[in-house]
Design a protein around this ligand. Sequence first.
Ligand code: HEC
Length: 131
Amino acid sequence: MKLTKILLAGCVAMSFGIAHAAEDAPADHKQWMKDLGSAMGQIRKGVDVEQNAAKMVAVMPEVKAFWAKRTSDVAVKTCDDSANGAKQAAAAAKAGDQPGVTAGMKLVGAGCKGCHDVHREKISDTEYKIK
Ligand code: HEC
């Protein structure tokens, strides 16, 4: 009986631990991600590629500054990768160099994915948190 209680208490403590592992993203962070997501979507469709890539270049330092305070090497590196890729893509778009845009966007996408794999927790189809 006593053991059951201890085990039960342990389970409750553990499930609380898991529930608290994912953290609500601040409004700013959500907005940056929405901006990056919509820029990405437009670039995929070939809409205003240079402007959208430049927007990514502008947003990435904000994301990086946020994550730099959390001491995650992955996050900081993936921000740099995405920012560098977006810079390449913007320059290539300006020069009308389509393979250059594709190459730059590949780097951007690797940065997004690299961070999401480690730090984004999917709660539902419409909700994500930070982990
Ligand atoms: C340094 C880590 C990091 C990088 C880099 C990153 N993301 Fe995110 N992203 C997150 C986290 C954490 C969440 C979940 C919290 C949130 O929504 O703010 C998220 C959520 C999102 C969402 C869902 C937002 C919503 O609620 O609709 C989109 C879309 C998104 N990211 C797009 C991108 C794109 C596109 C890139 C690359 C250009 C990118 N992200 C780069 C960490 C990152």
